[in-house]
Design a protein around this ligand. Structure first.
Ligand code: PMP
Length: 397
């Protein structure tokens, strides 16, 4: 079959190939990006969906507005206000997961050949989605404190990108969080160069101890001229349920209008039943307890994984303990003549009964083959101990 030329730029990911091996019995997987199904507030969602059908069957089951179901937009507006973002209900649109917001940004902003700056490493689906629209991706370096703001500004000045895409809080895969100082620098650089910044924030609520710095969107209030350049993508996937497919996008009115037009041709609107359920859930007041629960459980798992990694891998691996999110981002140091290629380690690890994702595909440029990502979301502390033990065995060969 003759496919559209835009597909020439995109390959099916190497990670998918690895996932094929995960069916092996007894394997402990740190490979996925899923939250733990056992964490879903089934009771709260059952009640919310029942209310949606009882109280507003017309709204929940009928076609709806492309911008989103009004009661949900109102709830999301309050949800964001609690996080320091002043946004009216019509200042955001509901999207089918934040993944759709990324796709709409690709559709509305990227012409073939346009430059877009992303973090190195960044979310794999973003790399592929933006490439599908013909973007030329440029990688800005990150460390445990997020993207290097000075280097980012130099890249903006050099490449004059269409926009910059960042996951400032508990990045996927980096686990890193942009410091407050760097956040302000990024906003100042955006204003200085007139550059649009996309803040993808599905993990910001998932912190284990201290809350992360305010989102870039919240900080726009302190940097004059930055609000008109900021796009913020939010999601209920990681804290409530990814199957609901509820995300949202806050952006300048002009961009929201174009994105809404594109969404109309894409899925007309996000499932009204899912939106009405999410609206009822947020209205029910259960969210704070749900957040407290997921923070506690994932926090314990992150602590267990950090301790096990130190014990089993020693100086053969370097990593920063994440303060939130779902991932450890680690690097093989090659110390003591041990492996320094995460692809090789991944193959050996599968044989030992543990899976993770090598880091190279997460880089739009200059892949670092020593890096890899471990998710601590779906295994309990016991499985984490066992799995990291197997990883230690795999490293020994
Ligand atoms: N952005 C990032 C950084 C993610 O990690 C994910 C989920 N893995 C998404 C967006 C998409 O999430 P959803 O569409 O479920 O909101």
């Amino acid at each position: 079959m003759q496919f559209a030329s835009r597909l020439d730029n995109v390959e099916t990911s190497a990670i998918r190939e690895l996932f094929k091996l995960l069916g092996k019995p007894g394997i402990i997987s740190f490979a996925g990006g899923f939250p733990d199904s056992a964490m879903f507030d089934v009771e709260g969602l059952r009640e919310a969906s029942r209310r949606a059908l009882d109280e507003e069957p017309g709204g929940a089951l009928q076609y709806g507005a492309t911008e989103g179901y009004e009661p949900l937009r109102a709830q999301l507006s309050s949800f964001m206000k609690n996080k320091g973002v002043d946004v009216a209900p019509d200042g955001l649109i509901v999207t089918t997961g934040s993944q759709q917001a990324l796709d709409l940004l690709g559709k509305t902003l990227i012409s073939p050949g346009d430059k877009v700056i992303v973090e190195g490493p960044t979310f794999l689906a973003t790399i592929q989605c933006f490439r599908l629209y013909g973007a030329q991706l440029i990688s800005a370096p990150v460390d445990a404190n997020g993207v290097d703001a000075d280097k980012l500004e130099a890249l903006i000045a050099e490449h004059k990108p269409k926009f910059v895409y960042l996951i400032p809080t508990f990045g996927n895969p980096s686990g890193g969080t942009l410091s407050l100082e760097r956040r302000k620098k990024v906003l100042q650089a955006a204003v200085k160069h007139g550059t649009v910044i996309v803040e993808d924030d599905p993990y910001g609520d998932l912190y284990f101890g201290e809350a992360p710095p305010p989102s870039l969107m919240a900080l726009t209030a302190q940097v004059p001229g930055s609000r008109e350049l900021l796009v913020h993508c939010g999601s209920l996937s990681k804290v409530l349920s990814p199957g609901l497919r509820i995300g949202w996008m806050i952006a300048p009115a002009e961009l929201l209008a174009k994105a809404t037009m594109c969404k109309q041709f894409s899925d007309a609107h996000t499932s009204t039943f899912a939106q009405a359920t999410a609206a009822q859930y947020l209205k029910s007041g259960r969210m704070p307890a749900t957040l407290a629960h997921v923070r506690e459980v994932y926090g314990q798992r992150a602590a267990a994984m950090g301790a096990a990694l130190k014990r089993e891998m020693g100086d053969a691996v370097s990593f920063t303990q994440p303060g939130g999110g779902l991932f450890f981002w680690a690097r093989l140091t090659g110390a003591g003549g041990k492996l320094a290629d995460a692809n090789q380690l991944a193959k050996r690890a599968i044989e030992k009964g543990v899976a993770f994702v090598p880091g190279a595909p997460f880089f739009a440029q200059d892949p670092d083959v020593a890096t890899f990502r471990l998710s601590f979301a779906t295994a309990n502390a016991e499985k984490i101990e066992e799995g990291i033990g197997r990883l230690g065995q795999a490293l020994k060969g």
